[in-house]
Design a protein around this ligand. Structure first.
Ligand code: SF4
Length: 386
């Protein structure tokens, strides 16, 4: 009992969520779709004795199919969609000058921190839902239509590095026509528990590919898993949308690395300057917010992740024992794997993802357009201080 009191999203809830997902898979009336965040694939192997920083994308997909999911999609696609929407939002706020800096909204730990502590600055948060929530909304509308399945019978399961995503998944504003965009969130550790429970020999699985149409994610989508990744992904797209020309160098290395607050000014081809701050850890975020309130700092774009290093060290990731973490820099090893995922993709910019283009052409219309707003954007709630 003590543990439950101390940690409301602890072991008991985890166990309950695993049963919920097993029940959905066993229900013949349900079509169960799973999606996985970028940080999961670079850490899951640790639960099966693989070295820290091993990329297990193909084995993870193979395991999910064996667990009985009907479709295995990639949240990196949702990340690309987020960049299309958030990049467009950034360009329009830069030209109107309103609600700057634009603050990223993909980390529910940070969003809730803002709702509690800086309620007068909620308009600065991007209105974009986070990538897995956008993807859930697309699955229950566009994909449901393609498959000819009643969206009420679709169950969306997100595998996330994060315990805060469980709270996010249940937020009532993250729903459409009385359906939650995402039904269940499982952590990386919970997925490992299911794979073990099913007796799957994970280490010896052959690589398999995600299902389409939501199975292709660009390299830009992959780097969402580590600090600086959302900013870099956004800059790749915003630069090219502004110039109409391909970038000479895809990588914006200035926003990478593990220092707590990274400040840079990026110049766009039309001469516009974007003053960026990339922050990880809520202590750093609080310091920066307070400096902004005192008028000492100002930016155009802020990426904030609650966890040190970003999602690679999220609360749902494998727990590394003290002996290993003395020998290996866990954050650096997982981040390196994330950047290798990016380099391994032929498509490295969100706007070049062919299925993103098709989704806008066939269904959504324009980024930030009417349907995109209805399905992919949200609002925030003022909450009392703790
Ligand atoms: Fe979750 Fe941490 Fe990632 Fe935020 S940074 S989305 S709290 S894992």
């Amino acid at each position: 009992g003590q543990c439950i009191m101390a940690c409301p999203v602890g072991a008991l809830t985890e166990h309950e969520n695993i049963s919920d997902v097993w029940n959905a898979i066993a229900d013949p009336g349900k079509y169960v779709v799973v999606q996985t965040a970028p940080a999961v694939r670079v850490a899951l192997g640790e639960e099966f004795g693989m070295p820290v920083g091993t990329r297990t994308t193909g084995k993870m997909v193979a395991a999910l199919r064996r667990l009985g999911f009907d479709k295995v999609f990639d949240t990196n696609f949702g990340a690309d969609l987020t960049i299309m929407e958030e990049g467009t939002e950034l360009l329009s706020r830069l030209s109107s000058g309103q609600n700057l800096p634009l603050m990223t909204s993909c980390c529910p730990g940070w969003v809730k921190f803002m709702e509690h502590n800086f309620p007068d600055m909620l308009d600065n948060l991007s209105t974009c839902k986070s990538p897995h929530e956008m993807e859930g909304a697309v699955i229950k509308s566009y994909v449901a239509g393609k498959l000819g399945i009643d969206p009420q019978n679709i169950v969306v399961v997100s595998i996330m590095p994060c315990t805060a995503k469980k709270f996010e998944g249940a937020r009532e504003e993250l729903s459409h026509e009385n359906m939650q965009d995402v039904d269940w969130v499982l952590t990386t550790r919970e997925l490992a528990a299911m794979i073990k429970e099913a007796g799957i020999d994970f280490a010896n699985l052959k690589d398999e590919a995600f299902d389409n149409p939501l199975g292709i994610g660009s390299g830009a989508g992959a780097i969402f898993g580590t600090t600086g990744g959302v900013a870099e992904a956004a800059l790749r797209t915003v630069f090219e949308l502004t110039s109409g020309k391909p970038l000479d160098t895809v990588e914006y290395t200035v926003v990478r690395g593990m220092s707590g607050i990274k400040e840079n000014t990026i110049e766009l081809p039309d001469g516009k300057q974007i003053r960026t701050a990339v922050v990880h850890g809520l202590g750093n975020a609080r310091r920066l917010m307070e400096a902004m309130q005192r008028g000492e700092k100002s930016y155009d774009f802020m990426e904030v992740m609650a966890c040190a290093g970003g999602c690679i060290t999220g609360g749902g990731q494998p727990i590394v024992d003290a002996k290993t973490s003395e020998k290996i820099d866990i954050k650096a090893a997982r981040a390196k794997a994330i950047y290798s995922e990016d380099e391994a993709q032929t498509i490295r910019k969100s706007h070049n993802n062919p299925f993103i283009k098709v989704l806008y052409e066939e269904f959504l219309g324009e980024p930030n357009g009417h349907l995109a707003h209805e399905l992919l954007h949200t609002h925030y709630t003022v909450r009392s201080k703790y």
